[in-house]
Ligand binder design. Structure first.
Ligand SMILES: [Zn+2]
Ligand SMILES: [Zn+2]
Length: 217
């Protein structure tokens, strides 16, 4: 939320939230995001909010409501919660874009997203995941692949990717460009790009907060 403000955007301008899975590093601001619409000078959310994730998102929200009650509810009609299949590929059309999802190897509810705009350009976000073929299918020919890369090659851990594994996914999916993100501190002591280059030779970006990327067809 702070980074959004630094990028000149408020939470009230956000219409959709997509959750890859429910780990705290990915959902920690779920409660503040909704609670912040309750400030006395608020009532600032006029735009409906859609929150989407894998199977279990409704339960996740109900669980939070058992703790926070009406403080994380929105005015009637403003909040919609959507679940994608977490066992098979899934697809849902939205107003200006389409979302395809695929199950990935991390948590029970974990899914990756492919967002395709009306002009046909597409962005894939893996969420946290181990190496899996479903990502290659989902990301086939995408303009941009935003891929998790938690740890350097030598510290490979089940449930997460490394630079060379992320590169392998990007190469096999033949994506337009690859963005690596979700770096654990160990990554700062390693030449992540060099490790990724062992398996991938296309355009490569190491993500930073507040980075803006243009996706062109
Ligand atoms: Zn995770
Ligand atoms: Zn994570």
């Amino acid at each position: 939320m702070r980074r959004l403000l630094e990028a000149q955007t408020t939470i009230f301008e956000i219409s959709h939230l997509f959750y890859s899975h429910f780990h705290p590093d990915h959902t920690g601001e779920f409660v503040p995001f909704i609670f912040a619409t309750k400030y006395p000078d608020g009532g600032q959310r006029k735009m409906p909010l859609t929150i989407a994730g894998g199977r279990g998102l409704l339960n996740f929200y109900e669980g939070l409501k058992s703790v926070y009650g009406h403080w994380i509810e929105l005015a009637p009609g403003l909040l919609e919660i959507i679940e994608f299949d977490n066992k098979n590929a899934d697809r849902k059309p939205f107003e200006d874009f389409t979302v395809n999802t695929a199950p990935v190897q991390h948590n029970e509810e974990s899914i990756a997203f492919r967002i395709t705009g009306s002009a046909g350009s597409s962005v894939v976000y893996t969420g946290d995941t181990d190496y899996c073929e479903t990502i290659i299918d989902l990301a086939k020919g995408a303009d941009l692949l935003i891929c998790e890369c938690a740890l350097p090659d030598k510290l490979q851990t089940p449930g997460h990717l490394t630079p060379s594994l992320a590169g392998e996914l990007a190469a096999k999916a033949d994506v337009g460009s690859l963005v690596l993100t979700h770096f654990y501190p160990e990554c700062e002591k390693t030449d992540i790009a060099a490790e990724c280059r062992k398996t991938y030779s296309g355009p490569l970006v190491l993500a930073e907060d507040l980075m803006e990327l243009e996706v062109k067809r």
